[in-house]
Design a protein around this ligand. Structure first.
Ligand SMILES: NC(=O)c1ccc[n+]([C@@H]2O[C@H](COP(=O)([O-])OP(=O)(O)OC[C@H]3O[C@@H](n4cnc5c(N)ncnc54)[C@H](O)[C@@H]3O)[C@@H](O)[C@H]2O)c1
Length: 468
């Protein structure tokens, strides 16, 4: 009874918040005003290749010690063992998760981190250069921008889980604060570091795909069990978003790698999009089948359609189909489809076609031909670090370890990070712009330039740099 009441209370509160966000996306602050505010903000692109002071040991304040927070502690173990990093502060609102994290960290770090807890804003005390150099944000989505902006204003760098911003204004704020403070603000998009994605990126660099024309990407992950389980996401925060928002709520796992393939912000950028959501069914059916009255009451009130599809066009004329579905029962997929004038790749399972001119025969490369291409074009970053990841805790098959390795080693050496605040905000804003398109009958919505024109400069992606 107690929990039911709590859940209802929480939902009411979040309902107001989410309704406000939707209003902001679709109503008073629509895409047109967003574009005006971006112009008025006079964004400079001044932290595009930001290099900051070298930090031989990166002191980390980790906020949010749930599923993701715990797995990122694992990813840090080796780096901490080498003296490259140290967890100096932790924060969570749940005391059990604080204790779990302390026990976890004690397995490989001799000094215990300082604990910041007690209320929703206890983490603020940890945002001091006396305590940490970097905040690592693994909290629910609505906390990412406030925490990152506050940390930067207090002299720290910020690394946030995805998405990094959930409203237009948050996107502008993050870039403005990063430019004002000259602090790093990176969104931790781990899928950019997966072996398959890095292999495709390398083949693109080496010209295998010829002229790129189209990509299809997605986040198709049946999260019903996790969204309904009261112990999985703290206070079922993720389910609540689905009750009050409609569109693609999780753009970046699919879109991030495609933006790397397409040189987005490094010679090309996203121009405009349209988005459409299907009707909603699967989550409501799961809610009504649940044994909890409070969940049954939510059935039929889910706003987010089961399948959202967004079509995006780039300034240079490439097209992207981006999908989102966390309601339907089906195997996990990010699609990972790329088409060029000389080759095409389809993911899940991975298949490669190499074109030899007009022909009657259109066969995927066979197993041995594909293996040969995998060897020939394996990305050096993957080849070098996968072995190290394999000896330790890998996280999603290795990509999480490589992501964390790159972040910490770049900070150790004071060199630019692989992704910057403009990448993270742009990939996140596609979701907000898409929600607006959905709410206005799938109209075209323009994507404003968040880089002060810097996207025009064609440069190789920093992920290709060797950082030991
Ligand atoms: N990149 C990936 O592969 C991946 C995987 C899982 C989750 N995520 C992302 O990680 C983030 C966290 O997801 P999760 O699954 O770990 O959720 P979770 O609910 O398990 O963890 C969130 C934690 O934040 C804490 N928290 C909430 N408000 C707080 C506050 N004000 N101060 C301090 N702590 C607070 C909660 O108590 C909870 O322990 C989300 O942004 C999610 O999208 C990313």
């Amino acid at each position: 009874m107690k929990r039911r009441k709590f859940l209802r209370g929480g939902l009411l509160g979040l309902g107001g918040l989410m309704a406000g966000r939707t209003m902001q996306a679709a109503g008073p602050m629509g895409a047109a005003e967003f574009a005006e505010r971006v112009q008025a903000a006079k964004l400079q692109g001044s932290v595009f290749d930001l290099a900051t002071e070298a930090l031989p040991t990166v002191r980390i304040a980790l906020f949010g010690l749930g599923n993701r927070g715990s797995s990122l502690i694992d990813m840090l173990e080796w780096l901490i063992g080498q003296g490259h990093a140290e967890i100096t502060a932790i924060s969570d609102v749940n005391p059990d998760k604080i204790q779990r994290a302390l026990d976890h960290i004690a397995q490989f770090q001799t000094t215990a981190p300082r604990v910041f807890t007690g209320d929703d804003n206890a983490w603020k005390e940890a945002c001091s250069t006396d305590v940490a150099d970097l905040v690592l944000l693994c909290t629910p989505w609505e906390w990412h921008t406030p925490m990152a902006a506050y940390a930067m204003r207090h002299g720290l760098h910020a690394a946030s889980e995805v998405p990094i911003a959930t409203t237009y204004q948050e996107g502008i704020d993050l870039i403005q604060v990063a430019e004002e403070t000259q602090r790093h603000c990176i969104m931790l998009e781990n899928c950019c570091y997966n072996g398959e994605e890095l292999w495709i990126l390398n083949m693109i660099q080496e010209g295998v795909f010829g002229t790129l024309t189209h990509a299809e990407c997605a986040y198709l992950h049946d999260l019903r069990v996790m969204m309904l389980d009261p112990t999985y996401y703290e206070d079922r925060w993720r389910l609540k978003h689905h009750l009050f928002r409609n569109g693609n709520l999780y753009t970046t796992h699919g879109l991030g790698p495609v933006c790397m393939y397409f040189d987005i912000l490094r010679g090309d950028t996203l121009s405009h999009l349209v988005s459409m959501s299907s009707r909603e069914a699967a989550l409501s059916e799961a809610l009504s089948d649940s044994e909890e009255q409070a969940l049954q009451d939510m059935a039929g009130r889910v706003k987010c359609g089961d399948v959202n599809t967004t079509l995006i066009r780039t300034v240079q004329g490439k097209s992207i189909m981006l999908q989102f579905d966390t309601h339907s029962g089906r195997p996990y997929s990010r699609l990972d489809k790329v088409v060029g004038s000389k080759a095409a790749h389809y993911g899940y399972p991975s298949r490669l076609y190499v074109d030899h001119g007009p022909s009657w025969s259109h066969h995927w490369l066979d197993e041995s031909e594909t293996a040969e291409m995998r060897d020939r074009y394996a990305h050096p970053l993957w080849t070098r670090l996968q072995a190290l990841a394999a000896e330790h805790k890998q996280g999603h098959g290795g990509m999480d370890f490589i992501m964390m390795y790159r972040l910490i080693r770049c900070l150790n050496q004071g060199v630019p990070l692989d992704l910057n605040v403009y990448d993270g905000v742009l990939w996140s804003m596609v979701g907000i712009l898409g929600e607006e398109s959905v709410s206005r009958g799938s109209v075209r919505v323009d994507v404003p330039d968040l880089t002060g024109g810097r996207w025009r400069k064609a440069v190789p992606h920093p992920v290709h740099r060797d950082v030991q």
